[in-house]
Design a binder for this molecule. Structure first.
Ligand SMILES: [Zn+2]
Length: 1007
């Protein structure tokens, strides 16, 4: 699944934090370090914290036993391991060696800060607790069990009042589906459908029941085996149906259950849903399509709707003439009597229910053969001309993945289909990938930046055909195995195959975004061990942590391993688990099997099983460099203390060495920059002196560091100011170098950070500070803004840069910018849109024009008439950026209603409006007033809801707003109060509040 996000970055939360209570762990770099993973022993001295662990209710435990574990794990990493003495003085340990002489013969590129492996302990405790009787820790103790009454599980009531024979939200493991035979007859006039599902199953354990999923289907008849009519019970809250038997179904037995049913085509965006569009004559055309991930296959046919219940599928669909049908497999047969019945080949591979798909529509396509696979791109007929770029890209990438993964795409055809109504960005259904029109269609004349988006989505979905479809996570708690990989490959494949698209900068921005989300207490581990069972909890897994942190961790792992090892491990993983399901541990095992040291699994567990990421603090005394680590946690109340620690693959460059893997010297250098190219998922604090030497170095020669390293410094210092470790004055000190900056990555980061500060001040109506902030921005970047060219530009990187610069300039009202933008707009309208606006400048031009009433109206006209989807989306953003309350209210209600503005665009409209002053209060009121209608369209917990909550609340910074947001959501009860994004919103407002309290005085002095 590809979740669409707007390019404009959302403001990040801001905060200071108190010091941690415990001493962090220390790695002494004076011993210099050693290459990872080819570590030589005894080069880094590791001192674990004074090993104490607090377990609630059990008091303090000394970890003496566990220290041995840490020691062995450190030995594997080739590190000597010592217990920290009470004085924390390295030299007091008998194991601690003297600092090597200056001619140090054993220096290295990368170092490792080893975290204490508390997880081992936690895991073993959890195991112990699991196997202990439940009464062990109760006051009464276990006593003697009351043996006369064996525990009877309590079952809920079915719809008809009878007891439902199952009482868990997850299905029993006693029955396994083998094949589904699906026949569907949709009626696009009445918007209903009927279906027959024949499920072949095997019995894995003796059982008296078959339990499966069904939602909003009316079962009209149920037959067991050939002809035995059986009664179906339904338990609606868990969307389950069941058939009970008097005698056990025996293990190994093969069973057939046939279910006939009827249902309405869904009016939301999931299940088997109806969609429509107006063709070029203005006539309304209807179609039906599916979106099943994560849990909506059960709305189209009764099934075992969990990813681990893989089976084969045979699909038949009845249609009227004038329509075509599509499904995962190629069509093999058409029974052409009366209504036409198309039959599709049975899937040759086992697949999860969420990957099944079918479409009935009047689409047309273009096609190409790529290494024995027929690749096609489908769209509504009038947009056929916009499908070529997608076909080219998909063909190239299919070839790339086939070669790279050493496993050919297993189906004979691959369809990419643009659906007029589609909520997500795209969905990776096996062989039938569905897209939003804006994620697939692009005119030939469109700018490379528009094409970059299409390439991104196509690359993501194609990667899923291996990571997700061929090998699937066992349950949604490990969704990152699907989405982290697809996100990682989306950037990596494009960097290899389409270097001109400049994805390196985009991927860097993605890592920054993941760090922002993961610095909050409401974040979650990439691989979740706590409960993920309810539909809301499952939906919530589709978030930035799963996608973007997941991808960032894979990049870190890849750069840590020797060349080729990562790929070898992944090929092993895909080959071993093809057709089946995995958990995170299976991935580490596959890596270990190709010769990657076991320590890599130990390292990665510290990143995937716990929240958050580390802050590494560097301190230098003479030739002595010490690194310490602690959890980088933004917290407004100091209440949460975590003892999380990580195995950190540390890299650095310095003034004598500019390429991390070969850097050796650490003692006599002037400056050190850690986390080379920001490929590690951590933030670094250099201390006052460390920062000063880096700033000096940059002021002397900007090219001292790579653009990504410069962006990394800017990102890190803003983050540290939120944590309260550096003052805002230090932030501004670093930014002084940026008057000489011309590269996209650092400038984008600086402007995005500054604009989030600006927007917060603006929303607080701190008018004087807002004015001074503008002066500051003009002072640092004004010249660069004014010197941007407004003509056609080839380089994607330059396009990215100028759109960021000009969007900021114009939105802050810089005359030079608004004049140029308005002139381009007028030229475009006066020429009847024949004098085109360069694609990357469309948004700034349209948004500037939208601030005048007259031009807003002509934009509205252009919006209804354009057939170019990327242009249309930019016009919509411009329309939504208006400051006119009446227009704002009109757009919101039209968007909710659907029609001229499609409901699928509501999250984009809301996030655009939230940035403006007039919009942000109106939008919050709108969301409150229309909450129930909004969650009818977008399910609670889903990505669009996460986005709506975040954009409407993340710029509040007052107590009044905090209480209002808290009050609103707590009143919702099961309609959304439990969402993680609500916790995130409250945390963010508190952090904003605190940031204001602490930094307004500084800003008044220093800005
Ligand atoms: Zn995806």
């Amino acid at each position: 699944l590809y979740s669409l996000t707007t390019r404009a970055s959302l403001p990040r939360n801001m905060i200071e934090n108190s010091m941690f209570e415990e001493e962090p762990d220390v790695v002494d770099l004076a011993k210099d370090s050693t290459a990872f993973p080819a570590l030589e022993p005894d080069e880094v001295v590791y001192e674990p914290r004074s090993s104490r662990l607090l377990v609630r209710g059990l008091g303090e435990n000394d970890l003496d036993d566990e220290e041995e574990d840490y020691e062995s794990s450190a030995r594997l990493l080739g590190m000597s391991f010592i217990n920290r003495s009470s004085t924390h003085n390295p030299s007091s340990s008998p194991y601690n060696r003297q600092a090597p002489p200056r001619l140090c013969s054993c220096p290295s590129a990368r170092m490792l800060v080893v975290g204490v492996f508390i997880l081992v302990l936690v895991a073993s405790m959890a195991m112990a607790l699991y196997f202990l009787p439940g009464c062990t820790f109760t006051k009464a103790g276990c006593g003697k069990a009351n043996s006369s009454t064996p525990m009877e599980p309590s079952y809920p009531n079915s719809t008809n009042g009878e007891l439902f024979p199952w009482n868990e939200i997850r299905l029993p493991a006693s029955v396994r589906p083998v094949n589904y035979d699906l026949s569907l007859t949709p009626n696009l006039t009445s918007m209903t459908f009927t279906g027959r599902t024949v499920i072949n199953m095997t019995i894995l354990h003796d059982t008296k029941r078959i339990v499966l999923h069904s939602s909003e289907l009316i079962i009209t008849k149920a037959t067991f085996q050939v002809s035995v009519e059986v009664k179906v019970l339904e338990y609606k809250p868990w969307q389950q149906i069941a058939v009970s038997f008097l005698e056990d179904l025996k293990v190994g037995q093969v069973c057939v259950l046939t279910l006939d049913y009827a249902a309405n085509l869904s009016h939301t965006y999931d299940g088997f849903y109806n969609s429509s569009y107006n063709d070029k004559t203005g006539a309304k055309r209807v179609l039906a399509a599916t979106q099943f991930e994560p849990q909506a296959a059960r709305k189209a046919f009764p099934c075992f709707d969990e990813p681990a219940f893989k089976a084969t599928f045979l699909v038949r669909i009845t249609r009227e003439p004038g329509y075509i049908t599509l499904s995962n497999m190629p069509q093999v047969l058409c029974v052409c009597v009366g209504l036409l019945e198309d039959e599709f080949e049975q899937t040759g591979v086992n697949m999860s229910t969420y990957l099944v798909a079918f479409i009935v529509a009047n689409f047309t396509s273009i096609t190409r053969n790529v290494s024995n696979t027929l690749v096609s791109v489908y769209s509504v007929p009038e947009k056929k001309e916009h499908t070529h770029y997608a076909l080219d890209t998909a063909s190239t990438l299919l070839h790339f993945y086939n070669t790279f993964f050493h496993i050919d795409y297993p189906l004979r055809k691959l369809d990419l289909v643009a659906i007029p109504d589609f909520l997500a960005g795209a969905m990776e259904n096996w062989g039938l990938i569905t897209f939003r029109e804006t994620s697939l269609l692009v005119g030939n004349q469109s700018s490379p930046l528009d094409k970059q988006l299409i390439a991104n989505v196509v690359a993501h979905e194609l990667a899923h055909q291996w990571f997700g479809n061929l090998v699937t996570m066992r349950w949604w708690n490990d969704l990152w195995l699907n989405e982290g990989f697809a996100t990682y490959w989306q950037y990596t494949s494009l960097m290899t195959e389409f270097p001109q698209l400049d994805l390196g900068n985009v991927f860097l921005g993605v890592r920054f975004k993941a760090l922002a989300k993961d610095s909050l207490n409401s974040s979650h581990p990439v691989s979740v061990s706590s409960q993920v069972t309810t539909p809301e909890q499952v939906s919530e897994m589709f978030d930035s942590v799963t996608y973007e942190k997941g991808a960032s961790l894979l990049l870190m792992l890849k750069t840590t391993l020797p060349d080729g090892q990562f790929r070898k491990g992944l090929i092993k993983y895909l080959d071993k688990y093809r057709g089946s399901n995995t958990v995170t541990e299976d991935l580490w095992n596959s890596l270990t099997q190709v010769g990657v040291q076991e320590s890599v699994s130990d390292m990665m567990r510290t990143w995937t099983l716990q929240n958050g990421f580390p802050l590494v603090t560097v301190s230098r005394k003479g030739g002595h460099v010490t690194l310490t680590q602690e959890h980088f946690l933004l917290s407004a109340d100091n209440a949460t203390h975590t003892s999380n620690l990580w195995h950190i693959p540390v890299t650095y460059v310095n003034d004598s060495c500019s390429s991390a893997p070969s850097c050796r010297q650490i003692f006599t250098v002037k400056w050190l920059k850690f986390n080379y190219m920001n490929t590690g998922f951590y933030i670094v604090h250099y201390g006052d002196e460390g920062w000063a030497t880096l700033i000096d170095a940059l002021k002397t020669d900007i090219n001292t560091l790579t653009p990504h390293d410069r962006a990394s410094l800017i990102h890190n210092i803003f983050a540290l100011s939120r944590l309260g470790r550096v003052s805002f004055r230090q932030v501004l000190n670093l930014l002084d170098y940026a008057t000489n900056e011309t590269e996209t990555a650092p400038l984008t980061e600086a402007l995005s950070q500054l604009s989030s500060v600006y927007r917060l001040l603006d929303k607080r109506q701190e008018q004087r500070l807002v004015a001074r902030m503008k002066v500051y921005i003009w002072g640092h970047f004004g010249q660069l803004m004014d010197s941007q060219d407004w003509g056609e530009e080839e380089s994607v990187s330059k396009q990215e840069l100028r759109s960021v610069l000009l969007e900021m300039a114009c939105s802050l009202g810089r005359q030079n910018c608004t004049d140029q933008a308005t002139a381009l707009f007028d030229q475009w309208t006066n020429s009847n849109q024949t004098k085109p606006i360069p694609g990357d400048l469309q948004r700034v031009v349209f948004s500037t024009a939208a601030q005048s009433d007259l031009r807003w109206l002509s934009l509205m006209e252009a919006y209804s008439s354009t057939t170019y989807d990327s242009e249309k989306r930019k016009i919509l953003q411009a329309l939504a950026s208006t400051q006119d309350p009446q227009s704002i209210v009109w757009i919101l209600s039209t968007g909710l209603e659907g029609g001229i503005i499609q409901t699928q665009e509501l999250p984009l409209v809301i996030s655009t409006m939230s940035d403006g002053f007039a919009g942000h209060l109106l939008v919050w009121d709108f969301v409150k007033e229309n909450w129930d209608r909004i969650i009818e369209k977008f399910p609670v917990g889903s990505y669009p809801i996460q986005s709506i909550i975040k954009s409407t609340t993340s710029q509040f910074s007052t107590q009044t707003h905090l209480e209002e947001v808290q009050g609103f959501f707590s009143n919702l009860k099961e309609r959304g109060s439990q969402m993680r994004s609500v916790q995130e919103a409250l945390e963010t407002i508190r952090l904003n509040q605190l940031w204001m309290d602490r930094n307004l005085p500084t800003l008044r002095i220093w800005l």
